[in-house]
Each structure stands twice: as C-alpha cells, then as structure tokens.
Design a protein around this ligand. Structure first.
Ligand SMILES: *Cc1c(COP(=O)(O)O)cnc(C)c1O
Length: 385
C-alpha cells in the first residue's frame, strides 16, 4: 500500500480520505482486495459468484422466488433508466412523485424515451401529499405506473414508500421505486409494499465499489415487458432472458466489481443485514446531527423526515464561513463532504454511509470544529450556545 498524502488520524483502512458523500463511498480493505484477481466471464466460479450476488439481492428485499434481480452494467442511473424504459410501454403513463433531483431525473429519462408523465411535485423538504396522489390516481385512469424515490438523496428525505405502494395496489398501478441510496440500510419489502421493480446499485449501502446497477423485478411483470425497451443495452427483459438461458451477460460484465460486491454482501450479512447496517448508519447520523447542532449548524429536515443516509445542513450566514475553504480544509484533514443540490436553500451535505462508524464520525466533527476555528467562525458556536 502506498503512503497516503493525508496525515489526519481517522482515515480509511487504506489511508485514503473518508468519503462522507452519497457514493462512491469508503469501502473496506477486504472489498477492495477482492479485486486483485482477473476473472473470465465464462469462468464457472465467476458465474457462481454472480448468481449468488443476484439471488442474495432479491432476498434482501424479501423477493426470493417471485422476483428476479436483473443486473445492469453502469452506475445507478443506468439501472433506473433500464427500469423505467423496460417497464413502461409506449402507451404507458407514469405518475412521478418528485421532491428532488433524482425524481426530476426520472422525468427526464421518460421524456427522452417518449413516455407520457404526470407529476406530483413537492418541495425538497416535503414528502408527497398522499391525498393528492390518490386524487390523481382516481381522476386519471390513463395512469399505468407510479414512480417514487425511497430516500431522495438531494436532501436526505425519507419518502413513504409503503403508503405509496398501498395506493398503487388499490388503484391497480405498476409500482417502480428508486431505492438507490437506501437499499440495504432501510427495510424494503417488495411483497408487502406491492413493488413491481426496485432499482439500486453496488456502491451505496451494500458498500461495494461502483460499476453495477441492478433492478429487482417481479417476474410476471417483467415477462410482459418484451419489446418495451427503447435501447438495446438497457433492456432488462433481454438481459434477464439471456442470463437465465446462458448464465452470461449480453455485454462485458464488470467482473471485478461483481466479485467485490460478493465480498461486500458477505460483510453486510456479517454485520446483521439491514438491521445491523441500518443501525450503524442511524448511530452515525445521530452523532453527526448532535455534533453539528452543538457547533451551531442547522439541519434542513425535521427529525421524522430524515433518513439515516445523508444530512443536509443550511449554509451558515456568518461571513467568515466560506464553503470552498471549509471543503478544502476538511479534505486536507481526510474528510470529503458534499456540496448542496437544493433549490429551496443554500446548503451542504454530509453522508452517514459507507465503511465508517462512531470513531470516524467523531473525528469528522473534531476536524469541522478545528476548521471553523481556523476560519474564524467561532460566532457560529456562540449563536446557539
Ligand atoms: C446515487 C443515486 C442514484 C444513481 O446515481 P449514479 O450517479 O448514477 O450512481 C439514483 N438515485 C438516487 C436516489 C441516488 O442516491
């Protein structure tokens, strides 16, 4: 291992800065080490590793048997686009529940694919209004699909996917979920929540490396999607059919990523699955919120809307606080945070996910306190003290 240029004590196991971001994330040394081998895509061991990864992912969502995990090479958005363009036929119409950038991205995907959309949009700090959603479903029978984002990473808000699923079931709509930043940390039950398809990726809460998206699809719903796809590569029906028939991806699979993902799933199981992983992230989130409040920062979201994934903080109005300097000084101490993406407020974000725990969160808070002092924003502390 080469020496890290960062000297701050709480760095990752490899000495790299800790990624307090929504992904890619800090991964364990053992996940990274799984990638030192070269695998042929037709190697029997690789085929078995890939099969195991896909089976376990469906199990995490309580989909064993009736749901199938279809992998998609690329980042998470490739999986979301594959889900939307495979499931929504040319004459379909999607009700999109939007409260952030990822909901807007889904709309853009559908527009490019030439699919009709109906939008229920709320502010980035506000969950969908379920009464209004129900009114739309009742008054617009042309709607065929409902789409929502589990944790809208733009703000970190938790959307009520179970209640939305109950509405989809009551009105007989197909239900598609982007659970990218929540999958593995927050419970998702495709059966109980009436979910037809849910998209996520290798590099978020399962703590693998980037390069593989996946969609957990209700088998009988996917079976009716032949011919819907608007591109060759993002066709989940074709990808699934080919994988089941030949055990091969249609196009080169990211072999190293998949083997690392398998290792990440072993570590996920060892931590106690969703309950264990989610529990660690909830502790990280609590430490972060308490520590940042004590330093005078204000979170965007009310506690009951905050998912334990990423926290948005208002930009302090102290003139000594310069975000670019804050960011760079934290990076020099070994912590990478994330700029804001909100339209409702000037903000920045700090993630709670990845291979980090209490020690790393406390070290990040100590570094933040140090940087505030360096910038001369001690006033921030006094304001709320
Ligand atoms: C990370 C993320 C995605 C996918 O983003 P990529 O940059 O394509 O990996 C999609 N939706 C949500 C909610 C996300 O957090």
């Amino acid at each position: 291992m080469t020496a890290s240029p960062y000297s701050f004590p709480a760095t990752s196991e490899t000495g790299d800065p800790l990624l307090l971001t929504p992904g890619p994330l800090t991964t364990s040394r053992t996940v990274k080490a799984a990638m030192v081998h070269d695998w042929g895509s037709r190697d029997a061991n690789f085929i078995e590793i890939n099969r195991s990864v896909l089976t376990r992912l469906a199990g995490i969502a309580n989909g064993a048997g009736d749901w199938v995990t279809v992998p998609m090479q690329g980042s998470g958005t490739f999986a979301v686009e594959a889900m939307l363009t495979t499931f929504v036929p040319a004459d379909g119409e999607v009700l999109l529940l939007i409260n952030g950038a990822y909901g807007k991205r889904a709309k853009r995907i559908l527009e490019i694919a030439g699919r009709r959309t109906v939008v229920h949009e709320t502010a980035e700090d506000t969950p969908p209004d379920l009464a209004e959603v129900e009114a739309l479903l009742a008054s617009q029978p042309s709607i065929t699909h409902l789409f929502t984002v589990h944790c809208e990473t733009t703000s970190g808000i938790l959307n009520p996917i179970a209640q939305i699923g109950a509405l989809a079931a009551r009105y007989g709509k197909r239900y598609l979920v982007d659970s990218m930043s929540a999958f593995g940390a927050l419970p998702i039950d495709v059966r109980a929540m009436h979910i037809d398809a849910v998209a996520a990726s290798s590099n978020k809460c399962i703590e693998g490396v980037p390069g593989l998206g996946f969609v957990i699809c209700r088998r009988d719903a996917l079976a009716r999607c032949a011919g819907n796809a608007t591109t060759l590569v993002l066709d989940l029906h074709d990808q699934c059919t080919n994988l089941e028939k030949t055990s091969q991806y249609r196009f080169t699979p990211p072999t190293h990523v998949i083997v690392a993902f398998h290792q990440a799933l072993d570590e996920f199981d060892a931590e106690g699955g969703v309950a264990g992983r989610g529990g660690r992230y909830r502790r990280n989130c609590r430490i972060l919120l308490d520590g940042m409040r004590a330093l005078g920062f204000r979170p965007l979201l009310a506690a009951d809307l905050q998912a334990p994934i990423i926290v948005t903080f208002h930009m302090p109005d102290d003139p000594h606080f310069v975000f670019s300097r804050f960011y760079e000084s934290l990076k020099a101490r070994g912590f990478v945070i994330y700029p804001g993406k909100l339209t409702v407020a000037d903000s920045f974000r700090i993630g709670c996910i990845g291979r980090i725990g209490e020690t790393e969160m406390r070290a990040a808070l100590a570094a933040i306190a140090e940087v505030l002092e360096e910038m001369g924003v001690a006033g921030l502390v006094e304001k709320t003290a």
